[in-house]
Design a binder for this molecule. Structure first.
Ligand code: T1G
Length: 710
């Protein structure tokens, strides 16, 4: 290949002449993001369009299966360099010659804004169009807030920008977002045919800025009012949704040019906000966490047949998650009665979907056709992967793994869903420890995306790679964890729950604790969560840990007093809160406050007031400090893995990026200072993590440890 061919081969934007049409292909893997080289290439193509008299039209397409996945979000937080997407869009829209976009795959964010600046748009089947900037704490900052309403109307534009949802070619055509659906799947081929048709018809350029779908009438104003009220209720703490409504309001109120100035101003507010930084960190972190080392990527074993041992809530949920991934599933239970109940749990999930119209009866039957069940272990003989989700008792787990060891084919992955038992010990009792792994699902297992892949000492690299590939097949967010009590999530949870219990015994009302965490962005406070998941579960854990609990460790008994009364939360009508008539939202319970007072007296504590700010500092400092310990001990690979666990499994507000990202944003020095202050009152609990101390001493932060896997 000559240098010229080599340069052209790797040019992110390639130009080819097809008669009077300049075909512009964006080739910038992995998703044709609009990084600087692509913007420079598009500017050169706009120059060519303007200056070459032999060119009558431009067709823009994306290579590699996508149109354009958006701006290059790695550039945010760094100095931005021209040419900017918004200026390229203005040039193309204002061109005196026809500009057409042909979309296949993703046309998202700046990618769709680029297509909006074309005069006509074609999409092929499988195209995904959307303005998902709101999910990154941003808003369409290249004219999308002005061109989209003018093209499809205020209400439809608000829906797409505020939900960030992707739409397909058919819906885009119905909305007027695209003009034609191309057949055959090849956007360039269909696009060239379309452009030639437009040229033959002597079609004039059609600037989207002049489209007339914004009417400024009662309907538009009402759509804006409804959107504003909805976002006030749904996203009180977020910035970009409200600014999106403001920008669309400007499309009704101002001229296009004035509104574009307004859009740029509110876009910059979003770019500068910590919420954009947190949400983009969350976006990249969940992709980093779910990767295995490059060298192991090809080692995953094929998985088509999955065995699930145990048809309880977790086992049934895991079976549904696997069925939903088009896998064949065999459910095993110890006897016919338990098996029938397990199968019924699975069938009920699909019956519910059918009842809600989210699944057809035929779809349900097709899924259940892939489910078999048995009380005989031999039925698992051809399973590629078996997951046990039986009672959390080591003797029972050993018995199950002994049977699996006996019947499963060589190379089958043997997984346990245990929440805290020692998986090294489980593995050691089999003849194939290299094939034993932990797959810790979170209830409900077919809904929660987080999956901790717990890696025992003897697990092979291909067993780990297989586990991650399985997680990806189930559309889970997998995070690698080491073996310890509680792995990453529950281990850290147990520590910051103790911090909350200490504050309650020292004077904070349980309801003040929950309110403080909701004001931070949690959908629910920890005591509401306890009532939702069931206070009996935490009670059982505390009783299990009692035998090995350090007697010097401060232990608060308030939760035990509540559980001893059978007040387990929503399922019993009361827990920390009162749930009258089956209400989902509980009310503060004076009897709980009386128990708190009794326990304070028993402990000889004179209660003191806690401000919400102090509640948050203590709660988050405990979470962050234990997160640092988990990274320091290698239970989590990196701080970003802790962030992903807490955003996806424990309700941590996504816009804050995760506990470790949030700690960096506050400054690790201030976190450490808090812990050292709290340690003066309780040195046994508040022990600064060696990693936190080291990072502060070296002037580094958690982000400096977030290296990509080799
Ligand atoms: N910028 C930089 N990298 C990106 C990226 C982007 N926009 N989108 C994806 N990547 C990386 C990703 O990190 C991963 O990297 C690889 O590409 C494959 O991604 C100006 C301001 C397009 C639907 O919000 O939704 O435009 O891990 O695993 O499942 O107004 O990526 O391989 O190293 O997700 O096939 C708006 C975000 C940006 C779309 C493809 N755009 N991306 O899904 O692959 S802001 C978005 C996605 C903006 C304008 C505003 C998805 C996808 P690595 P992937 P996928």
């Amino acid at each position: 290949m000559t240098q010229a061919e080599s340069n052209r081969a790797y040019a992110p934007v390639q130009m080819e002449v097809h008669g009077p049409v300049l075909l512009v292909t964006i080739n910038h893997p992995p998703v044709n993001a609009l990084g600087l080289p692509v913007r420079q290439g598009l500017a050169a193509a706009a120059d060519r369009l303007e200056q070459d008299p032999s060119i009558a039209a431009m067709l823009i397409v994306g290579g590699g299966g996508n149109f354009v996945g958006g701006a290059d979000i790695r550039e945010f937080g760094k100095p931005r360099q021209p040419p900017f997407v918004r200026d390229i869009c203005a040039r193309l829209e204002g061109a005196s010659k026809l500009v057409v976009a042909a979309i296949q795959g993703a046309a998202l964010g700046g990618g769709l804004e680029l297509a909006l600046s074309a005069h006509y748009r074609l999409a092929v089947d499988g195209a995904r169009l959307g303005l998902p900037e709101v999910l990154l704490g941003l808003l369409p900052g290249s004219g999308g807030t002005q061109r989209l309403p003018r093209l499809i109307g205020v209400s439809a534009a608000l829906d797409l920008m505020l939900t960030g949802r992707h739409i397909g070619a058919e819906e885009a055509l119905a909305l007027g977002l695209v003009d034609r659906i191309g057949k055959g799947g090849d956007a360039a081929k269909a696009g060239l045919t379309y452009v030639e048709e437009l040229l033959r018809a002597k079609t004039a350029p059609r600037p989207t800025r002049s489209a007339g779908a914004v009417r400024g009438d009662e309907q538009d104003l009402n759509a804006l009012a409804v959107a504003r009220e909805t976002q006030r209720k749904r996203s009180p703490l977020l910035l970009s949704p409200h600014l999106i409504v403001d920008a669309v309001e400007a499309s009704v109120r101002d001229s296009f040019d004035d509104a574009m100035v307004f859009e740029q101003r509110v876009f910059q507010q979003c770019v500068d906000s910590p919420q954009r930084a947190g949400l983009i960190h969350a976006f990249f972190s969940e992709r980093q966490a779910t990767k295995v080392p490059e060298a192991d990527r090809g080692k995953a074993r094929p998985i088509e047949q999955v065995g699930v041992v145990g048809g309880g809530t977790m086992g049934a949920g895991i079976a549904v998650a696997a069925l939903n991934a088009d896998l064949r599933v065999t459910l095993l239970e110890r006897d016919a009665g338990s098996l029938a109940r397990g199968v019924e749990r699975i069938e009920n999930v699909y019956a519910d979907l059918v009842a809600k119209g989210r699944m057809t009866p035929e779809g349900r039957d097709a899924v259940l056709h892939r489910l078999t069940s048995s009380t005989e272990y031999a039925a698992l003989g051809d399973s590629d992967l078996v997951i046990e989700a039986v009672f959390e008792d080591m003797a029972i787990k050993h018995a199950v793994f002994m049977e699996l060891d006996r019947v499963c084919k060589p190379g089958a992955l043997l997984a346990t869903n245990t929440s805290y038992l020692d998986i090294d010990e489980i593995a050691a009792r089999t003849s194939r420890p290299q094939d034993v792994i932990g797959l810790h699902f979170f209830a409900p297992a077919h809904v929660m995306r987080l999956l901790e892949v717990v890696v025992p000492r003897l697990a092979s690299a291909d067993a780990v790679a297989t586990a991650f590939a399985f997680a990806r097949r189930l559309k889970k967010v997998a995070v690698r964890a080491g073996v310890c009590d509680g792995f990453i999530g529950n281990r850290i949870l147990s520590v910051y729950r103790r911090a909350a219990d200490y504050m309650i015994e020292d004077g904070a009302s349980p309801y003040e604790i929950d309110e403080a965490l909701r004001s931070f962005g949690y959908p629910m406070g920890p005591l509401q969560v306890s009532d939702l998941s069931g206070g009996d579960i935490g009670w059982a854990t505390r009783k299990r840990q009692a035998a090995t609990r350090d007697p010097k460790q401060r232990y608060v008994q308030i939760a035990d007093r509540i559980a001893e009364r059978g007040w387990f939360g929503q399922k019993t009508g009361r827990g920390w809160y009162l749930y009258r008539d089956g209400a989902r939202v509980g009310q503060p319970d004076p009897e709980v406050l009386a128990i708190v007072d009794e326990e304070r007296k028993r402990a000889g504590i004179t209660p003191r007031p806690f401000k919400p700010e102090e509640i948050l500092r203590r709660y988050l400092a405990a979470m962050i400090n234990e997160g640092a310990n988990v990274v320091h001990e290698g239970i989590a690979l990196r701080p970003l893995d802790v962030d992903v666990v807490f955003v996806h499994g424990f309700g941590f507000p996504r816009f804050r990026g995760g506990p470790m990202f949030y700690a960096d944003s506050q400054g690790l020095g201030s976190i450490l200072a808090d812990i050292e202050t709290f340690a003066k009152e309780d040195p046994a609990f508040w022990r600064p993590s060696p990693l936190l101390v080291e990072l502060v001493r070296e002037g580094r932060n958690f982000a400096s440890l977030n290296t990509a896997l080799a």
